[in-house]
Write a protein that binds this ligand. Structure first.
Ligand code: ADP
Ligand code: MG
Length: 227
């Protein structure tokens, strides 16, 4: 079953000044439960593609269907609601809420989804323990290192058990131990709960775990390898 269907996606930044063609007619179909890495040189369009798939940015041309819904047709409010219910993000630009503690950041989406307090607390402690931050859960982001913040962001993305998990270089700030932990958590969510993962990465350890590797160059898909 195809759950992400990007059709003829192009993205041009600064169309009226010096245009940058970040994506050029990209077609991409991703099936439920795939564990897909997007690789390619810096500036090849990985972040742009992930932002568009996740409804954080709009394409200049083309359509995006997620779970059969054409998100390009959604109003702003419908899109916010859809993201909240269905997508977990680990994105630089979608960072932790500075005034909330690690615990509150992880719990936040489950609160908006009106999950019971018992479920929220249990899931939050479970995930923060897995990422090795149980003892730091009362700290705010400013009291955590970059790598620790990244691990909180991963816990937050997985917390509400979203169907789609999109991650933009999720291991970029992590040491090898945290990278291994994070990969285990991602693989576990993928295998046990059937979550569909799409992540960009430069990290060979992460690429090695992917079951599909899509390479972008100059805003085009130049190879698509299923292992
Ligand atoms: P990657 O994530 O693979 O490094 P990006 O998607 O960030 O690539 O960028 C693709 C191209 O689009 C690059 O040339 C980049 O400079 C440009 N770009 C990205 N975001 C913007 C933006 N907000 N405004 C203008 N140009 C952008
Ligand atoms: Mg990028």
């Amino acid at each position: 079953m195809i759950v992400i269907n990007a059709k003829n996606i192009s993205k041009t930044y600064n169309p009226d000044k010096v245009p940058v063609h970040a994506l050029n007619h990209v077609d991409l179909e991703i099936k439920k439960g795939e564990f897909t890495a997007i690789v390619g040189p810096s500036g090849s369009g990985k972040s742009t593609l992930l932002n568009i798939i996740g409804g954080l940015d709009v394409p200049t041309e083309g359509t995006i269907e997620l779970g059969g819904e054409d998100i390009s047709k959604f109003s702003d409010n419908e899109l916010i609601d859809f993201r909240l219910q269905h997508i977990g993000f680990v994105f630089q630009a979608y960072n932790l809420i500075p005034v909330l503690t690690a615990e509150e950041n992880v719990e936040f989406i489950m609160l908006l989804q009106k999950q019971t307090e018992k479920d929220r607390k249990a899931r939050t402690v479970e995930l923060l323990t897995k990422v090795g931050l149980k003892d730091q859960m009362n700290r705010r982001p400013s009291e955590l290192s970059g790598g620790q913040q990244q691990r909180v962001a991963v816990a937050r993305a997985l917390a509400s058990r979203p169907e789609f998990i999109l991650a933009d270089e999720p291991t970029a700030n992590l040491d090898s131990h945290s990278t291994a932990t994070l990969l285990d958590m991602m693989a576990n969510m993928n295998e046990k709960e059937g979550a569909t993962f799409v992540f960009s990465t430069h990290d060979q350890r992460v690429i090695d775990k992917a079951r599909r590797v899509i390479t972008l160059e100059d805003g085009k898909i130049v190879s698509d390898e299923v292992r």
